[in-house]
Write a protein that binds this ligand. Structure first.
Ligand code: AMP
Ligand code: FE
Ligand code: FE
Ligand code: ZN
Length: 298
C-alpha cells in the first residue's frame, strides 16, 4: 500500500490586519494545526501582516505565500482581486493601495451618521477599539461595534440589516479600476487572480468576455472553489479556465471568528495549479526586474 502524500494548499485567508480575527502568526499556526502545508495571507488592501506570518511559517516549516485581496471595481460593481507575491513597494501599486485604505477610513464617519439617523449611536472610538490591529478598516469592524452594543447578534445580521449595498447604512468607498490593477500587480512582479468571480451578483459583471479582456491585461487565474460558489458556478468557471488556459485555485477565505462557516482549509488548491502559479510569479518577477517576494515552500 502506498501512502498518499496530498499537499494541502489554501491560498486565501484574512488576519486581524484586515477583517479576520487572528493575528497573522496565529493564523499560520492554526493553518499548520488544520493540516495545511501551504497558506497564503491575503488581507484586504495591505501587506502589513506578511513579516509576522512569514516568521511563524519559517519556525514551523510551513509553506507561505504573501498576498493580498485588492478592492477593485468594474462597471461600477465591486470586484475583489487576489494578488500573489507582488512587490508592495512598487510605487503605482503602493499609491493605489494608500488611496483605497484612505477611502476606507473616510467612509467611517458617513456610515456612523447613517446609523445615528436610524437611532443607533456608535462612535468612531467604539469601532476603533474593536479594530485596533487592522490596517484595512471595514464594514466588518462596524458590524463588530454593533454586536458589542447588542444591536445585532453577528456580522451577518449587521450586513443584512444595515451594511450591505442597498441597506440603510451602506456608504460607497473608493476602489481601484480592475483592469488597471491587474496591470499594476503584474508590473510589480505579482500574479493577479480573480477572487470568487461568480459569487452573488458578480457573475453578471465578470462574464467570459470580460475575463478574456482581463487576461490580455495580465490576469493569470480564477478562484474556482470558494464557499460562495455553488456547483453551477464552479462548473462554469472550470470551462472558462480550460478555454483560456488559466490557473485554477481553491481557497477557504478564512476570516477567523468573523465568518464561522468559512474554516481554514475549507477549500484547497491542487498542487499542479500551485506550481503553475509560482512559475507565473517567477516569470512576472523576472519581467518586472524588481525584487519581489518568493513563496516559502514547505
Ligand atoms: P468592506 O471591505 O468594508 O467593503 O467590507 C466587505 C467585507 O465584509 C468583505 O470582505 C467580507 O469579508 C465582509 N462581508 C461582506 N458581506 C458579509 C456578510 N453578509 N456577512 C459577513 N461579512 C460580510
Ligand atoms: Fe473580508
Ligand atoms: Fe472577497
Ligand atoms: Zn477574502
Amino acid at each position: 500500500m502506498t501512502a498518499t502524500t496530498d499537499v494541502r494548499i489554501d491560498l486565501h485567508a484574512h488576519s486581524d490586519r484586515s477583517d479576520g480575527t487572528d493575528p497573522p502568526g496565529e493564523l499560520v499556526a492554526k493553518a499548520a494545526r488544520a493540516g495545511l502545508d501551504v497558506v497564503a495571507l491575503t488581507d484586504h488592501d495591505t501587506s502589513i501582516g506578511w513579516d509576522e506570518a512569514a516568521g511563524v511559517a519559517g519556525e514551523l516549516g510551513m509553506g507561505f505565500v504573501p498576498g493580498m485581496e485588492i478592492s477593485c471595481s468594474d462597471s461600477g460593481a465591486a470586484v475583489h482581486l487576489l494578488a500573489y507575491l507582488p512587490d508592495p513597494a512598487y510605487q503605482p501599486l503602493a499609491e493605489e493601495l494608500r488611496t483605497i485604505l484612505d477611502g476606507r477610513v473616510r467612509r467611517l464617519p458617513a456610515t456612523l451618521d447613517r446609523l445615528r439617523e436610524l437611532g443607533i449611536d456608535i462612535t468612531a472610538e467604539d469601532v476603533r477599539r474593536g479594530s485596533r490591529p487592522a490596517e484595512a478598516m471595514g464594514r466588518p469592524h462596524i458590524a463588530d461595534a454593533l454586536i458589542a452594543k447588542g444591536v445585532v447578534a453577528n456580522r451577518e445580521e449587521a450586513f443584512d440589516r444595515y451594511l450591505s449595498i442597498g441597506r440603510p447604512a451602506y456608504v460607497e468607498r473608493y476602489a481601484a479600476d480592475l483592469t488597471e490593477m491587474v496591470r499594476r500587480v503584474t508590473e510589480s512582479g505579482g500574479v493577479p487572480v480573480l477572487a470568487h468571480p461568480w459569487a452573488r451578483h458578480s457573475r453578471r459583471i465578470l462574464t467570459r468576455e470580460t475575463i478574456e479582456r482581463l487576461v490580455d491585461a495580465g490576469l493569470a487565474g480564477l478562484e474556482v472553489d470558494h464557499p460562495d460558489h455553488d456547483p453551477g458556478a464552479r462548473a462554469g468557471l472550470r470551462d472558462v479556465v480550460t478555454e483560456l488556459d488559466l490557473v485554477m485555485t481553491g481557497s477557504g477565505d478564512y476570516h477567523g471568528e468573523g465568518k464561522q462557516q468559512f474554516p481554514l482549509g475549507g477549500e484547497v488548491t491542487a498542487e499542479a495549479e500551485f506550481a503553475r502559479l509560482t512559475a507565473r510569479a517567477a516569470s512576472n518577477a523576472a519581467a518586472s526586474g524588481r525584487r519581489t517576494p518568493v513563496p516559502m515552500l514547505p
